[in-house]
Design a protein around this ligand. Structure first.
Ligand code: GAP
Length: 461
């Protein structure tokens, strides 16, 4: 089994991720996050917010409506340009990305127009992956369209947002008017985005609904290169904080003729997924494109007045953009490990401590000893105020350790007969499998130190 298959079956078996609408036969490429997946996602989202918003004096967070005025997408260019080249199998009517088919055939599609790609397809006489003739390629807009209110006509057509970014530009004036901000500063948002992808797939890598964690960082034009470099470093630091091995991460400089319509420079941060090297995050220099477009289309003044010189400028923008599900997928891939131990192999999820979905497991040594059960349940209940805790009395202790290793629980506490005599418990560390014995009354303090980063070995001293 390759790593992707192992991670898929582990994620489903332990309730990180379920197939969407499963009892109805599922819905292609839709996924539901189970209890552990939800905790994991919440932890990543909250940590991102702490690192990039709460801890910074130069960042403001917003949470905008998902459905925006359609004029937003006219101004941003999405109505016209947010297209992928699509080609359909004449027989099966399955649809494919034309650029992907050409790439798989060894063609460098960088900068090619639809017409050029179509000509190449014909010249190479390419067939669909099923071996059938293909229809004439066309462009396909990836935004999901719906209608506000009961009447479905063009006047009330709206779109589910394909990126969270535009809300930051649309609210730029609100932010300036209601906050004391000075350049450079950023606006951040986390939330769902929707894209009607032609070929979603690879588990949660490419889906039609996903969450983005985005920053629009506003600066002076002559400073953009410094900020670009700074944000690239910050993105790499975040990946290290997520426990991602540097060796699996690469910067890809997008060639000039492949840049999105709004970008003057883009670096994709790529990751060595088991299905190939693919984009994990993106960093773009969006210039003043978006603010200018929204000024023109809304008729509003979106300039910034320098408080010292009174000069009016349109700020330029650096955009670090992070996908939440891709972060989660990489965290699953990186943390999954099989380790040889005395009695066989243990599967252990080595999530960073802050990311682990369950922070502490509490066991009574014996499940049929009322006093042990009562004490263990009491400890679990007390810790629940501050941590995600699981009480577990199923099977032998060794099996309970394995179960929690497999979901990445960093610490397991066991209540045994000595606990009833001297009120001490054992704490076992997931990574070293070492155990220490401490007073139960010290648990809160000890866990606090551990989750602040103290070494396990030093805790019992
Ligand atoms: N505002 C810029 C923007 O949206 P993007 O490269 O299209 O740029 C940014 O998307 C990030 O969003 C990607 O690097 C990826 O992490 C995530 N992402 C994009 N499309 C996705 C999809 N279909 N499924 C899951 N994540 C996706």
């Amino acid at each position: 089994m390759d790593l992707m298959d192992k991670v898929l079956s582990w994620a489903k078996r332990r309730g990180f991720v379920y197939s969407g609408s499963e009892i109805y036969g599922g819905l292609a490429n839709s996924w539901d996050f189970g209890p552990l997946g939800t905790e994991l996602k919440n932890n990543i989202r909250a940590e991102w917010w702490r690192v990039f918003v709460r801890q910074r004096a130069d960042m403001l967070g917003i949470d905008a409506a998902l459905i925006m005025n359609s004029k937003v997408w006219g101004a941003s260019g999405h109505l016209e340009d947010f297209n992928d080249p699509l080609v359909e199998d004449k027989k099966t009517h399955e649809r494919y990305r034309l650029d992907h088919l050409l790439q798989e055939a060894g063609v460098d599609v960088g900068g090619m127009s639809l017409e050029q790609m179509t000509a190449k397809l014909k010249e190479m006489k390419l067939k669909s992956p099923k071996g059938n003739e293909l229809m004439e390629p066309k462009m396909f807009n990836m935004m999901f369209k719906t209608h506000l209110g009961p009447v479905a006509d063009e006047d009330n057509a709206v779109y589910l947002r394909p990126e969270t970014a535009q809300a930051m530009f649309v609210n730029f004036k609100n932010i300036l008017d209601t906050n004391r901000v000075r350049l450079p500063f950023g606006i951040a948002q986390v939330g769902k985005s929707f894209r009607n992808e032609i070929t979603p797939g690879n588990f949660i890598f490419r889906t039609r609904e996903f969450e983005q964690m985005e920053i629009e960082y506003f600066c002076r034009e002559n400073e953009w290169e410094d900020h670009f470099k700074y944000w690239l470093d910050e993105m790499h630091k975040w990946l290290q904080h997520c426990g991602i091995d540097k060796k699996h991460v690469h910067d890809y400089e997008t060639p000039k003729d492949d840049l999105a319509h709004y970008s003057k420079r883009t670096i994709d941060i790529e990751y060595d997924f088991p299905f190939g090297k693919k984009e994990l995050y993106g960093l773009a220099y969006r210039t003043d494109y978006d603010l200018r477009q929204h000024m023109e289309h809304s008729g509003q003044d979106l300039s910034y007045t320098d408080p010292e010189t009174n000069e009016k400028i349109i700020p330029h923008v650096i955009e670090p953009s992070f996908g939440l599900e891709r972060t989660l997928l990489v965290a699953l891939l990186e943390s999954y490990q099989e380790e040889k131990v005395k009695d066989g192999t243990r599967v252990v999820a080595k999530f960073p401590r802050w990311m682990s979905p369950v922070k502490v497991a509490v066991f009574p040594l014996l499940s049929n000893d009322e006093k042990l059960v009562e004490k263990a349940k009491k400890i679990a209940e007390e810790l629940r105020a501050d941590y995600v805790v699981q009480y577990d009395d199923g099977g032998a202790i060794g099996r309970r350790y394995r179960r929690h290793d497999e979901i990445g629980t960093p610490l397991c506490i066991t209540v045994d007969h000595d606990t009833l005599k001297d009120d001490t418990v054992t704490i076992r560390d997931r990574d070293s499998m070492e155990q220490i014995r401490i007073k139960a009354e010290m648990l809160s303090d000890t866990l606090g130190k551990f989750y602040k980063g103290e070494d396990f070995a030093s805790l019992g001293k």
